[in-house]
Design a protein around this ligand. Structure first.
Ligand code: ADP
Ligand code: MG
Length: 249
């Protein structure tokens, strides 16, 4: 579903991604863990075209978002690029809901305005998604009336509303206290059980261990270790990973 090949990203002279390669198969939930500043958000932002890569290749559901040919980075024309980006649904640490729109309107805005769905279908789908995240009674509420956990669940429903092929989560619970974290992680776990393909940056080790099929460990702009969740957490391959994980005990 997703192939990232040898992606680099420089900000001026600083190399935030130093040749990252990974794949996510259809139906897989892959967790990215690693210290702050290791390039995790930058990678997700490159996959969702919020940043442009410096080199490398990204293929989403068979469509090439970017490739590098003879040293030249090639992106498709704007319209094609927007179409490919609609295959990914992104959920951020700060929920980024539109404050002046109700929950229902937040969820239906992209389906109506970008996908040109008809109103009845968009609303029916939004109602289904609100039930999926356990907020069927909040359709007409404004974000400010909701807890952070509820807002993030609306943001997840909004990302799902464009029917993405892969969901990208960037520390979806880092802005939440433990109780609200649990309500959001249980929604994401439910999506994983439904075989929704996802790449999740998280600091929730228990969540990563129990929900992710695979773990990738980032350090200084590189993936330095990875494997099945069981392998990764049991073997704790090297000292750097041990040191990182000991911060979460
Ligand atoms: P993480 O999500 O793992 O905490 P980030 O991907 O946000 O890390 O950042 C990786 C590195 O790139 C950091 O050193 C950060 O300061 C730097 N960085 C990120 N975005 C920018 C930017 N727009 N301009 C300059 N440096 C950036
Ligand atoms: Mg980050």
């Amino acid at each position: 579903m997703l192939t990232v090949e040898n992606v680099t990203k420089r900000f001026g002279g600083f190399e935030a991604l130093k040749g990252v390669s990974l794949t996510v198969e259809r139906g897989e939930a892959v967790a990215i863990i690693g210290s702050s500043g290791s390039g995790k958000s930058t990678l997700l932002r490159c996959i969702n075209d919020l940043e442009r890569v410096s080199s490398g290749r990204i293929v989403i559901d068979g469509d090439t978002l970017v490739e590098t040919v003879d040293g030249a980075v090639k992106y498709p024309p704007e319209k094609e690029l927007r179409r490919i980006c609609m295959k990914t649904g992104m959920v951020f640490q700060q929920f980024n809901l539109f404050p002046h729109l109700t929950c229902l309107e937040n969820i239906t805005i992209a389906p109506l305005q970008i996908l040109k769905q008809n109103r009845a279908d968009a609303i029916a789908n939004a109602d289904r998604l609100l039930r999926l995240v356990g907020l069927e009674n909040k359709a007409d509420s404004y974000p400010a009336m909701l807890s952070g956990g509820q807002q993030q669940r609306v943001a997840i429903a909004r990302a799902l509303a464009i029917d993405p092929q892969i969901m990208l989560f960037d520390e979806p619970t880092s802005a939440l206290d433990p109780e609200l974290t649990a309500e959001v992680t249980s929604v994401i776990a439910k999506l994983a059980q439904q075989d929704i393909t996802m790449l999740i940056v998280t600091h929730e080790m228990e969540f990563a261990r129990t929900v992710a099929d695979r773990i990738l460990f980032f350090e200084d702009g590189e993936i330095i270790a990875g494997g099945s969740a069981a392998e990764f957490f049991e073997s704790q391959q090297n000292d750097r990973i041990k040191r990182f994980l000991s911060g979460f005990q």
